[in-house]
Write a new protein. Structure first.
Length: 184
């Protein structure tokens, strides 16, 4: 699987603005676009589950679990319960937010930590992503099996590059290379 397919930027027409707390406005990508992006890798290559949900005072909180190609990330989503929405609608909103946040943990650029400001240079009101954040958004993948790997696994692979034939590998694939060395 090609993670560049998942982590490419969304079009400006897909980025929306929402009103947040304390009268602030924020950018976001609606969950329907996130689901469309996930479906690009195949509908059987990912799934999302609600692991836990509860109502706390006038707010709904949901813990969602997103699995892509065997790798799982979890995130919380929440939504207020008010006169405009039913409890069911609040759970749906919280679930969509949990999915979007979990997807962002895989490097899908759908959560922006940028407030909208009066900026004459940014006349279209779209997020200005720092180049370092864009580069860091892409997760590392094992060069043998394609699984997303941690920074520690990347560093370990680099440290023992001669053992792993200069490949960046997950722990399981690293073990396979170490076992081959022992047999020789």
């Amino acid at each position: 699987m090609d993670y560049k397919q998942l982590t490419r930027p969304f079009g400006k027409d897909q980025i929306k603005i929402r009103q947040g707390r304390k009268n602030m406005s924020y950018y976001y990508v609606p969950s329907q676009h996130v689901v469309e992006r996930l479906n690009e890798i195949g509908t059987f290559n990912w799934h999302f589950t609600i692991k836990e949900s509860k109502q706390i005072n006038e707010e709904v909180v949901v813990l969602g679990s997103l699995t892509i190609m065997g790798n799982t990330k979890e995130a919380y989503g929440s939504a207020p319960i008010d006169d405009k929405k039913s409890v069911g609608d609040s759970f749906k909103t919280a679930s969509a937010l949990a999915l979007t946040k979990a997807a962002s943990l895989f490097g899908i650029p759908c959560v922006f930590h940028t407030k909208i400001q009066d900026n004459k240079q940014n006349t279209h009101n779209y997020p200005q992503m720092p180049t370092s954040q864009t580069n860091n958004a892409q997760p590392n993948a094992c060069m043998d099996c394609g699984l997303i790997i941690s920074e520690a696994e990347v560093q370990f692979s680099k440290k023992y590059a001669h053992t792993y034939k200069n490949k960046i590998l997950c722990k399981e694939c690293q073990q396979n290379y170490r076992n081959v060395r022992r047999v020789k």
